[in-house]
Write a protein that binds this ligand. Sequence first.
Ligand code: NAD
Length: 355
Amino acid sequence: MDRQTLRLALIPGDGVGPEVVAATVPVLEAALTVQGVALDLLELDWGGERFLRDGAAMPVDAADIVRGTDAVLFGAVGRPDVPDHELVWGLIIGLRQQLDLAVNIRPVRSFPGVPTQVRDTDGVDLLIVRENTEGEYVGAGGLAHAGTGADVGIEVAVHSRPVIERAAHHAFRLARQRSGRLALVTKSNAMRHGYPLWDRTVREVAEQYDDVELEVVLVDAMAARMIQSPRSLDVLLAGNLFGDILSDLAAVLAGGMGMAPSANIRPGGDVPGIFEPVHGSAPAIAGRGVANPAACLLSGALLLEDTGHAAAAAAVRDALAAALLDPAHHTPDLGGVATTADVSAAVLEEMENLR
Ligand SMILES: NC(=O)c1ccc[n+]([C@@H]2O[C@H](COP(=O)([O-])OP(=O)(O)OC[C@H]3O[C@@H](n4cnc5c(N)ncnc54)[C@H](O)[C@@H]3O)[C@@H](O)[C@H]2O)c1
């Protein structure tokens, strides 16, 4: 990669996606400029509008287009007049699979000054590593007896050892860099095949990381523990479905969906990652300029880190943390009255102050 230019594909998408991406790009640009790095933007109109116009949310060569860049910043997809699966599968899940972006990293960190609906979340700092290509979201199954009134929906979960292993290795490496604690989340008491394979495989991988302490927790127990004692957790490893659900739950500990970033990456691979807020297109608040851009800004920070710009990533995070200390910079989801643009401007100002 040319260290002096970051080639960034933007997929703003639908609803609040374009609003939070527009609030994030100037912040990333400012953080990179300080480091002497230019931003080369490729804006892609993929999403719901394109689907309505062309019958597809993205072009057939979408994965090749993305491969020509260093990273992707993605907003969200989903609009009320298009069936959800057309856009979620036709874009983000499709791209994750085509690029074989093996893991979805979802950090959850409480920011001082940000109110939460759960008591006592100070110091929460956990990281969910979600397997991103298989499990319940692999897309295998079908609809039998369709339209007869006796329709049968069949959704097959797929869990394969090499895919579990590569997610596990990444989770162990991250746990090693953090507190040395890793919790594997499965449901091996009620599900007899896929999740016991996860347990066996991850325990085998654990033998290569004797400096990491592994515990295996059932997903229902984990849901309760995440609320009752979130500071007892550090890195969590989960399959596609449980990782998806638990990360929305964990987001509440940090102030809600507007605060939760994510990264889709292939560890050690040379494909660009896709960085996106965990939230969707939030149609109820779209178009009003009040979406919280923090999740997208934090996704941008993950993107900068992954592409080798750690100092710029830290500058974005520190400036956001400083801005959020002041309730005047809280959007309505955090109980404030700030607009998306206000938060972006405040982060830019803090970045200047902290230099
Ligand atoms: N990766 C994705 O693109 C993705 C992820 C989830 C949902 N979706 C799609 O988004 C659409 C809406 O789905 P949903 O309502 O279940 O989830 P959502 O994340 O869009 O919204 C859930 C709740 O969080 C709020 N919210 C979300 N983002 C926010 C932000 N930045 N600031 C403030 N509040 C925010 C919303 O107003 C809503 O109350 C659907 O079409 C769904 O398929 C897309």
